[in-house]
Design a protein around this ligand. Sequence first.
Ligand SMILES: [Zn+2]
Ligand SMILES: [Zn+2]
Length: 175
Amino acid sequence: MNTLPPLFGVYKLAPKQIAYRQDYCIHCQCNRVAFLDRYWGILHIVFVPILPLGRVRSWRCSSCNLHPRLKAIPLDAWRVILAFVAFVPMTFAFWCMTPEPDTAETIWLCRGLLSVGVIWLAWWISGQMRAPGWVKQRAKEAGLVSTNICIRCGSGMVSTEPAHCPACGLERRES
Ligand SMILES: [Zn+2]
Ligand SMILES: [Zn+2]
């Protein structure tokens, strides 16, 4: 086990499959069909709901249910994750303060430094999670799904942009 346990995640309320594509899943390490789900997302940290995210769409591997192109965060990144979890509420708190004439300079300095820190940490973490470039190419070459049959109900697809199934409404997206 060399990845971080899932300390945070997203609760998916009223999920609906809206599209599919052929993909390469970095968790299964092979080509898979992936579904695009639309749902009401709620961010949770250690299973405590924290923040409603509104209507969200995300891809999910049809076999392992994970995002096919997002890596788990490596365990040695835990310091950066902890810094991020600590910095976000701190930054928020500084932006909520009303600067008085004698404290304004300090507050604006803290706002600036913390904001830059949070953006850098988010960028670094997302870089850790991004799949290598060859994944997209492998996904295109998969040849898993027929171009004219709906993977969910077997009806003929209509070649609109993107192609869709007139019977169940599922769309087919490019890999
Ligand atoms: Zn998978
Ligand atoms: Zn269909």
